[in-house]
Design a protein around this ligand. Structure first.
Ligand SMILES: NC(=O)c1ccc[n+]([C@@H]2O[C@H](COP(=O)([O-])OP(=O)(O)OC[C@H]3O[C@@H](n4cnc5c(N)ncnc54)[C@H](O)[C@@H]3O)[C@@H](O)[C@H]2O)c1
Ligand SMILES: O=C(O)[C@H](O)COP(=O)(O)O
Length: 527
């Protein structure tokens, strides 16, 4: 049974996806205080939020059963992403479902600001007929400067063109060619500041964008500029905006978002030049249905072990590429788990070699599974593909991916090699068409072993009778051998035997095998 906590109001259309699923229990607690959430969170496998709930490191570190945090919306600045990644919790969002609503709200705010609609409306509601006080300005032929031309910025640009505005935009990913195609002007940040009559910000809130519009930016703007922020409080420095409005530099500002939400008493809201809404950009029936449905599908997919569509703290893999590489995930993890059992030392460096068909596929997700397998022995079950590479880096383990042409006759071959203080160990595996995964090499020995179940890896001397003695000893302990593979370096030299047996051996049983004089070492590996 998966326990899902819905901590913010989320549309029932989306929640239906979860209600209809098997083995899911849903708890709706949309008014939990941070301390209450901290206490309750260990009960849950999944947490669903919008922007209101702050998912802090404290909460995440107490969330011992949490697998996934779903954000029904775009911005994830209310979630401590580093803490989630470190703790192996995947974060997913719903980036597309509210784009239209946010763009429409931005346009509404810009128009409302230009025509002083909220102020005139309030006056009239107070029975004041003040036509001359509320003279506005047209947006036609004015220049709109857009900072952040992503999903919403782009939609705003098209709508502004419909209003016959000129559009200039700055975004690190915008090229002159793309701007030309859209019929807008490409600008640097400073160009947008100095040329625009209206400036609308549409970036995420992150370290790089926090307070990107401050006193210095306002100084570079035209006198009488209008400012719109329907992205995130904190992108514009609020004290600097206040000063710029009071000084007359800024004619007016339309803000949907504040640095401190929910609403705290704020001096900006006292200014008649400011029109404001309480973070309503995504608050339409359509947007809420869209984001809720998207995020609930992703949460369910993840809980069922399937690929998610909108991961935030993992690179997303298009589904055609995913279906090509997914069969290797299990092989990679098993190779990692197998190899790490062969050495008692902690790896210092990991080299993963991909060859044959594997040399031209997207290998990063396969690598994550190999690293996860390698780390499980020492770091336990909390290691997963979300945090494997973070945990490796934290343990100063360097990981190198290599594509090679050495296939050793296999159509696909993957080798995981670890360097430890006592030397280099490696294991190779392949996926055989229709037959599944095989371990085909252990160090310099060739083998053919299915990486499943209980394996015993025995390094021994190549002497007559060793195999018989081993078989008798195991028989005495009532251990049945399912399969056996042997290989040797040279006649009478060192050899390897890999047994697949029907039960995991007791330590005492392994010790008994080690007593044989031909045996160098015995390792049990449970895959
Ligand atoms: N008010 C609301 O209710 C509401 C609704 C939806 C989204 N949002 C917010 O709107 C913002 C934009 O959302 P989106 O879906 O368009 O995101 P997006 O990721 O599609 O677009 C963001 C764009 O900002 C650009 N960017 C990043 N750093 C930049 C920088 N330093 N300077 C200029 N551009 C930069 C990125 O390259 C990207 O193109 C986010 O902050 C999101 O949280 C608010
Ligand atoms: O980032 C977003 O998606 C918007 O800010 C919407 O936030 P909300 O879900 O709290 O309305």
């Amino acid at each position: 049974m998966f326990h899902i906590l819905i901590a913010d109001p989320i549309s029932d259309e989306g929640l239906d996806v979860l209600y209809k699923a098997k083995d899911v229990s849903i708890t709706k607690e949309t008014d939990l205080k941070s301390e209450e959430l901290e206490k309750r969170i260990p009960e849950f496998d999944a947490l669903l939020v919008r922007s209101q709930t702050k998912v802090t490191r404290n909460i995440i570190e107490r969330a011992e059963n949490l697998n996934i945090i779903g954000r029904a919306g775009v911005g994830v600045d209310n979630i401590d992403l580093d803490a989630a990644t470190e703790n192996g919790i995947i974060v997913v969002n719903a980036p597309n479902g509210n784009t239209n609503s946010a763009a429409e709200h931005t346009m509404a705010m810009m128009m409302t600001l230009s025509r002083k609609i909220p102020q005139a409306h309030s006056a009239l509601k107070n029975r004041k007929w003040e036509r001359s006080k509320y003279v506005g300005v047209e947006v036609k032929n004015k220049t709109l400067g857009i900072i952040g031309l992503g999903r919403i910025g782009t939609e705003v640009a098209y709508r502004a063109k419909g209003q016959r505005m000129n559009v200039i935009a700055y975004d690190p990913f915008l090229t002159e060619e793309k701007a030309d195609k859209m019929g807008i002007t490409y600008g640097e940040f400073e160009d947008v500041l100095s040329e625009a009559d209206y400036i609308s910000v549409h970036t995420p809130l992150m370290k790089e964008t926090r307070h990107m519009i401050g006193a210095d930016a306002f100084r570079q703007m035209k006198d009488g500029v209008h400012i719109v922020n329907c992205a995130r409080g904190g992108i514009i420095e609020e004290d600097a905006l206040y000063d710029a409005i009071v000084s007359g530099k800024v004619a007016g500002a339309a803000i949907d978002v504040l640095e401190e939400e929910p609403f705290q008493d704020h001096k900006l809201l006292e200014l008649p030049q400011v029109v404001a809404t309480p973070h309503l950009g995504a608050s339409t029936v359509e947007a809420q249905e869209n984001v809720a449905i998207d995020v609930c599908h992703d949460v369910l997919s993840h809980l069922n072990g399937d690929q998610v569509k909108n991961p935030v703290n993992l690179p997303s893999v298009p589904s055609d590429i995913f279906s090509q590489i997914e069969p290797y995930f299990n092989l990679a993890e098993k190779l990692g788990m197998f190899l790490i059992r062969l050495t008692d030392d902690v790896p210092e460096e990991v080299n993963i070699y991909y060859s044959g068909e594997l040399s031209d596929v997207k290998i990063a997700p396969i690598t994550r599974n190999a690293v996860k397998g390698l780390l499980e022995r020492h770091l336990g079950s909390r290691v997963n593909d979300v945090n494997a590479q973070y945990l490796a880096a934290k343990k100063d383990i360097t990981i190198h991916e290599n594509r090679t042409s050495t296939t050793k006759g296999f159509t696909n071959l993957m080798t995981v090699e670890v360097k430890t203080k006592s030397g280099i160990r490696s294991v190779s595996g392949t996926l055989l068409n229709g037959l599944g995964a095989r371990i085909v090499r252990v160090d310099d020995y060739s083998v053919d072993v299915m990486p499943v179940g209980h394996l015993v890896v025995i390094h021994h001397k190549d002497r007559p009778g060793v195999i018989g003695k081993m078989g008798s000893l195991l028989a005495e302990q009532h251990i049945n051998i399912a399969t056996m593979q042997v290989d040797r370096s040279d006649v009478g030299g060192n050899a390897i035997m890999i047994l697949s047996i029907d039960k995991y051996p007791e330590q005492s049983e392994l010790e008994a095998l080690k007593e044989l004089e031909e045996i160098n070492d015995v390792t049990a590996v449970d895959l």
